[in-house]
Ligand binder design. Structure first.
Ligand SMILES: [Zn+2]
Ligand SMILES: [Zn+2]
Length: 175
């Protein structure tokens, strides 16, 4: 394990949210938000309304900035993120052992995602593991890559990009 489990889950959720902005853009409906919610592992307040969807979409550029920043810039962003209501608590739920929730579960979902992402980045920064985050190696893709693998071998944001690269490599060999 590269980071604590809760850090990894927060990072995975943050990356998935940011990458939903990649063309053609997948966070376009409340159903898509529901799908993100199911995958993300977030619990607590979930309004399922248009405001929550709009807030989720609006958070993406800021999160992207944080996840792709140089280490020292990331520190500034993390320290700037409003966490006035931070009330860190260890909780245990579902099949997750003791882990940290930074803000009250009744705070709006997007606010919690921002806070939990910042908290996760604190781990990344202080362990000096910024190289775990990068941008997809596929030419026309700006998706974020989160590499939690032991051998740091991940270069594509997801299976569709790695499949496209494999097809391109195959065609190149045939020529
Ligand atoms: Zn939790
Ligand atoms: Zn990609």
């Amino acid at each position: 394990m590269t980071f604590a489990r809760d850090t990894e889950l927060s990072l995975l959720a943050a990356v998935s949210l940011v990458n939903s902005a990649e063309p053609p853009g997948t966070l376009t409906s409340r159903a898509a938000l529901e799908e993100f919610w199911t995958r993300s592992g977030y619990i607590g307040r979930h309004d399922r309304d248009e405001d929550e969807l709009a807030d989720g979409r609006a958070l993406r550029p800021r999160l992207r900035e944080l996840l792709t920043a140089e280490r020292d810039s990331a520190v500034v962003i993390v320290n700037d993120l409003e966490r006035a209501d931070a009330t860190p608590k260890l909780v245990r739920h579902d099949d997750l052992d003791w882990h940290l929730h930074v803000v009250d579960p009744e705070r709006p979902l997007t606010e919690r995602i921002a806070a939990e992402s910042a908290m996760a980045m604190i781990d990344v920064i202080r362990t000096d593991e910024m190289s775990r985050l990068g941008v997809c190696s596929q030419d026309d893709c700006q998706g974020i890559v989160l590499d939690l693998s032991r051998n740091r071998s991940k270069i594509f944001c997801g299976t569709s990009c790695s499949n496209r690269a494999a097809v391109a490599a195959y065609r190149a060999r045939k020529r």
